[in-house]
Design a protein around this ligand. Structure first.
Ligand SMILES: Cc1cc2nc3c(=O)[nH]c(=O)nc-3n(C[C@H](O)[C@H](O)[C@H](O)COP(=O)(O)OP(=O)(O)OC[C@H]3O[C@@H](n4cnc5c(N)ncnc54)[C@H](O)[C@@H]3O)c2cc1C
Length: 480
């Protein structure tokens, strides 16, 4: 067992546990401040690995994530390799496609490749001379009093190292968080939703995208749905979200085709029947968990960020974006309190917990909205009303999706504002409807001759229609 001393010279050592998306980005944030940064990642270096195991192949990157990348000079590089998605493209059962824009003209989210993003962030972290990446290091245990961590190596050996600050970025099943669970007054909840997800690939057609590329395609079917995001190699990654018991009901290739024929007929020729029969059984459906906890810190020694602090279901496309924003928020608080961990850590929990809980709840809400509400006429009408009001009063009415996706409005503030706006707009619509009904009745009562005119006109139209329906008699043709 080897042991390394913490605090090299007068520089504090920050250990980032987890070299995934949030860990790799966070390493850049801490390195930029001049800390001695050690990243510990359980996997081998994904830049050298032949197969990169992990979750979704691509992700939607939006404003919060982009702002965090900008802080470390990575925004342009990542954006240049993303595909803009300007709107949702809703696929009806009959195959009709209808776009619903995400926001104003020019506002879009980006489809980015998860593995590439992770690799770029690791490479960026490595450019700082004060950063070391340690792969094949799986955190087993750590001590809150001393900051001493124990890692398991693939050959069965163990290694120990100590840090001034431990930053837990080790994902939804965080090993760092386990120590928190042993402490009093730590709140924790985890919820598995009944749906699982499965990824399928839609290949290019004649060297081009098989569907319009600048959209996030959605096939909403109430209790389940499929979505598709474009990739740079002109494929689409389709993700089928469905209750586990529905996945399990399908056991043969013929049943897969039958199911797709019934619910996603337009996708069969695009994915390919043979690929569907094969790929559906390649991997079992994956589970999705929502984790909430508080506080996010222990003393001045340890802090949780990213999925380790708040795994959210993926239906708002905000998990990574929120994790990236964690890094900015922490950085802002570090500026405010002069890097004094004893003040920064509690303040970070105070500020960030309500926001991360709000996005966890919103993601759950969107879990229903994406697969069911987008089918409803009222939902589409309200989206248009919200967008119109936003256009007329851009500072007063801001659609929820816009606040969450295209601004850095604190998540919990966005939710409060959304509830307020909803109340105002719904009351306005109700008042408008009542006003129109009362006004119409008043006009009709006040101007009865006008009613007669209207009745006569209606009568005329009816008669004309009746005449059209009745086949003309011979000899009467000239009267039509
Ligand atoms: C299907 C799906 C679609 C999604 N789509 C989107 C989207 O469109 N937009 C979006 O913003 N978010 C999306 N997300 C959420 C996003 O994937 C996560 O929020 C994001 O990956 C969190 O990053 P992280 O670094 O905190 O955790 P992770 O990505 O899980 O990384 C954790 C890292 O820690 C390492 N690790 C784990 N345990 C240890 C240990 N004991 N010791 C050392 N290292 C360890 C892991 O190997 C891993 O590299 C989606 C999620 C899913 C499941």
């Amino acid at each position: 067992m080897e042991e390394s001393a913490h605090r090299r010279g007068d520089k504090k050592v920050v250990a980032v546990v987890g070299g995934g998306l949030v860990g790799a980005l966070n390493a850049c944030f801490f390195a930029k401040r001049g800390f001695e940064v050690e990243v510990f990642e359980t996997r081998e270096d994904i830049r050298k690995a032949k197969v990169v195991k992990g979750r979704s192949i691509n992700l939607a990157l939006s404003h919060r994530g982009r702002q965090a990348l900008k802080h470390v000079g990575m925004e342009d590089k990542i954006v240049s390799k993303g595909i803009p998605m300007n709107a949702r493209m809703i696929h009806s059962l009959s195959g009709k496609q209808s776009p619903i824009p995400y926001g104003k003209k020019g506002q879009y989210i980006l489809s980015v490749d998860r593995a590439n993003l992770n690799k770029e962030l690791l490479t960026e972290a490595e450019t700082y001379p004060n950063t070391t990446l340690n792969f094949d290091h799986k955190l087993q245990d750590w001590r809150a009093e001393t900051g001493l961590m124990t890692f398991a190596r693939p050959d069965g050996s163990k290694t120990q190292t100590q840090a001034d600050l431990i930053v837990g970025c080790d994902g939804a099943f965080s090993a760092v968080r386990k120590q928190f669970l042993r402490r009093s007054r730590f709140n924790y909840s985890q919820t598995y939703i009944p749906h699982g997800y499965m990824e399928l690939t839609m290949p290019p057609r004649n060297g081009e995208f098989a569907m319009k590329p600048n959209y996030l395609h959605i096939w909403p079917r109430n209790t389940f749905m499929m979505i598709a995001l474009p990739n740079l190699d002109k494929t689409f990654t389709c993700t089928l979200f469905m209750p586990f018991e529905e996945f399990e009901k399908i056991t043969t290739g013929d049943e897969v085709i039958e199911f797709f024929q019934k619910y996603f007929p337009d996708a069969i020729p695009l994915i390919g029947a043979a690929a569907l029969r094969r790929d559906y059984f390649r991997l079992p459906a994956q589970a999705m968990v929502s984790v909430k906890c508080s506080p996010y810190h222990i003393g001045d020694k340890c802090v949780l960020m990213g999925d380790a602090a708040h795994a959210v279901v993926p239906f708002y496309g905000q998990g990574m974006n929120a994790g990236f924003e964690d890094c900015i928020v922490f950085d802002e608080i570090m500026n405010q309190f002069n890097e004094d961990f004893s003040v920064v850590l509690p303040e970070y929990s105070r500020v960030r917990v309500p926001d991360d809980h709000a996005i966890a709840d919103l993601a759950m809400y969107n879990y229903v909205e994406m697969r069911a509400h987008v089918n409803s006429k009222w939902f589409i009408f309200r989206k248009h009303v919200d967008n119109l009001l936003h256009l007329l009063m851009p500072k007063t009415i801001i659609p929820l999706y816009t606040m969450v996706t295209f601004t850095r409005t604190r998540y919990h503030v966005a939710v409060e504002r959304w509830h307020w706006q909803d109340k105002v707009i719904n009351r306005g619509l109700l008042l408008g409807a009542v006003g129109a009904a009362v006004g119409g009745s008043y006009l009709l009562i006040k101007n009865p001759p006008e009613i007669n005119k209207l009745v006569i006109t209606a009568e005329k139209i009816w008669n004309k229609m009746a005449a059209l329906k009745t086949p003309p008699r011979v000899g009467a043709a000239s009267q039509i």
